[in-house]
Write a protein that binds this ligand. Structure first.
Ligand SMILES: Cc1cc2nc3c(=O)[nH]c(=O)nc-3n(C[C@H](O)[C@H](O)[C@H](O)COP(=O)(O)OP(=O)(O)OC[C@H]3O[C@@H](n4cnc5c(N)ncnc54)[C@H](O)[C@@H]3O)c2cc1C
Length: 420
């Protein structure tokens, strides 16, 4: 397949033969099924968010693009975290609105987190359905009073016999529509309060709003009208005495804050991968345009005001890409190779750098590409705005606000006690 921009020749960031073949396989799948359809997917779901691309999700499941790092015994692909990262980058290149890439990244990162903390019974029940594209499994942490303050979560889960009874409200949650429409259903790695105030009173659950096609009682969803990445729904839900069997508790009771932070680290790697994939598409759109657009008898890229900006943004893209794959390699060492010299906390700064840098690079690049294209970019005929608005969800804060990434970097480098 011909590419306008190839990867830099890089002896530092290298991929194994198996990883290169995997990337090629994903590229071919995306070129056939996603590239020709992504604009239609975005347009259809813009009209009605419930017009989600269920056929494509099914095909992606059949191709093995979900649960890539999960164990084969649970229907996963038995791959590495780097392979999940490669897949996400390629899907986002093919769909730079990132809706399908976000579907894929959620259904790689959070099922893997589920496998880290869930018991065998629930992993065997949920993961095979997610892997096949029959069910969705994401994250439900945010509440209407503010997403950044995870320790302030108010939704309560009270243990009554063999069940936890949930009351509260979650907001801005991806997958609320998919859970209702996919054949099996699904849910989220959900955080709720089981103990006292603060982060030590929180627990994590594999919360299934719908399973085996049956909706749980006391789950009342709404959907939002998003400004971009329309092929994946965002919504909220109110919980009124929703009962969940106790076996769905993830890890230890009242340790949910630590469990979800580990999950966020994993998910943010693939979030950043989605944005560098979309950014690569944008870089190529810029180069294509530079080679054809002439003004004052010259190519517009012969004006240094244009080409220098391009060079600066390209440098940021390479740096972001490095951050992304460094973090995924580290995740492989921690979780796959179980390197005893590393701990999950070693991911904090590398992941925060990737999540901070990837989305901002992508969105800044999209804004410049829009300007380089001129007035045409302001029409809906030009698809660039779709690659601007979708990735912007990650600058706003999906999977953690940008300032929170800076808090993590400063906290870990300077020391918790010195940044209060
Ligand atoms: C499209 C989309 C999809 C989403 N999907 C999900 C999902 O699937 N699951 C889920 O749980 N959530 C999801 N979210 C919510 C997302 O996690 C939150 O947007 C994010 O955590 C920030 O929360 P908030 O939007 O309430 O902003 P707030 O937390 O209210 O923050 C507002 C502003 O204050 C700043 N701020 C907050 N605290 C600090 C601080 N300590 N220091 C400096 N600045 C600070 C933030 O950077 C931000 O700019 C999604 C969001 C979007 C836009």
């Amino acid at each position: 397949m011909e590419r306008i921009l190839e990867y830099p020749k890089d002896p530092v960031l290298t991929f194994s033969k198996e990883e290169e073949l995997f990337r090629q396989m994903v590229r071919e799948f995306c070129a056939k099924h996603i590239e020709p359809n992504w604009i239609e997917v975005d347009k259809a779901a813009e009209k009605d968010p419930m017009n989600m691309p269920l056929d494509l999700i099914k095909k992606m499941g059949q191709q093995g693009l979900f649960c890539i790092p999960c164990s084969e015994e649970y229907g996963g692909q038995g791959g590495t975290y780097t392979m999940a990262t490669i897949a996400t980058e390629e899907i986002a290149y093919a769909d730079p609105s990132v809706a399908l890439a976000v579907y894929a990244l959620l259904n790689n990162g959070w099922p893997f987190a589920l496998e880290l903390f869930g018991n065998e019974e629930i992993c065997s029940e949920i993961l095979p359905e997610v892997a096949k594209g029959n069910a969705f499994f994401g994250i439900a942490s945010t509440e209407p009073q503010g997403g950044s303050d995870v320790a302030g979560i108010r939704t309560r889960a009270e243990k009554k016999g063999d069940v936890y009874v949930f009351n509260g409200e979650k907001a801005y949650i991806s997958g609320v529509g998919e859970v209702q429409k996919l054949p099996w259903g699904g849910g989220w790695f959900l955080v709720a309060r089981t103990g006292g105030e603060g982060h030590k009173g929180l627990s994590a659950f594999a919360f299934l709003a719908r399973k085996n096609g049956e909706l749980g009682k006391g789950w009342n969803p709404t959907l939002y009208e998003d400004i971009g990445r329309h092929g994946l729904t965002t919504g909220g839900f109110i919980l009124n005495d929703f009962e969940l069997e106790a076996k769905y508790l993830l890890g230890e009771e009242n340790k949910g804050f630590y469990h979800v932070m580990e999950g966020f680290n994993l998910a943010r790697i693939v979030v950043a991968a989605a944005t560098i994939g979309a950014a690569r598409w944008l870089l190529e759109k810029a180069v294509e345009w530079f080679r054809s657009r002439k003004l004052f008898g010259r190519h517009i890229s012969s004006f240094q005001g244009v080409s220098f900006k391009f060079a600066e943004l390209y440098a940021r893209w390479e740096a972001a890409r490095y951050f992304v794959y460094r973090a995924s390699r580290l995740a492989d060492k921690i979780y796959m190779e179980k390197d005893p010299s590393l701990s999950p906390k070693d991911l904090n700064v590398p992941v925060a750098l990737a999540k901070n840098y990837g989305p901002e690079t992508c969105v800044d690049l999209a804004e410049e590409v829009m300007k380089w294209y001129g007035a045409y970019a302001f029409t809906k005929e030009a698809p660039i705005f779709r690659a601007w608005l979708g990735p912007f969800s990650y600058v706003i804060g999906a999977e953690g606000a940008q300032n929170i990434m800076k808090v993590i970097i400063a906290r870990d480098l300077i020391g918790k006690e010195f940044i209060r």
